[in-house]
Design a protein around this ligand. Structure first.
Ligand code: 5GP
Ligand code: ZN
Length: 111
């Protein structure tokens, strides 16, 4: 989709620090990390947010997030898996993405 920075990353028009890629998804480190481990898992298809995603893509994205978190050393102490949605969820990039944050203890509740 035009004017979507994550679609630009998928197309290679914008650089990223890649964690993983397959036919349907890509994972890369967040440009403004909020934890020692902070990466995003996104579908290659432009899906604006979780409200427009189907069961298959959600299951697949979350499973990949879980596997990658484990590979990056977050299995023992845990991590946070976050999907922000639209204005009330604090979503700033309108291309579905799962945040994975690990490597430190995180506070709760969010502000
Ligand atoms: P949201 O607020 O929509 O849940 O999260 C969007 C995330 O994308 C933010 O954490 C932000 O730092 C990250 N981000 C925005 N632009 C870029 C970029 O060009 N490259 C990378 N790697 N991350 C980005
Ligand atoms: Zn997009």
């Amino acid at each position: 989709m035009a004017d979507c920075i994550f679609c630009d990353i998928i197309r290679g028009k914008l650089p990223c620090k890649k964690v993983y890629e397959d036919e349907e998804a890509i994972a890369f480190y967040d440009i403004t990390p909020q934890a020692p481990v902070h990466f995003l898992v996104i579908p290659k298809q432009h899906i604006p947010n979780i409200m427009e995603a189907d069961q298959s893509i959600l299951g697949s994205l979350l499973f990949k997030a879980q596997r990658l978190a484990s590979e990056l050393g977050c299995a023992e102490k845990g991590a946070r898996f976050v999907i922000n949605c639209k204005a009330h969820g604090g979503q700033t990039v309108d291309h579905l993405h799962v945040h994975v944050l690990g490597g430190r203890a995180l506070g709760w509740p969010p502000g």
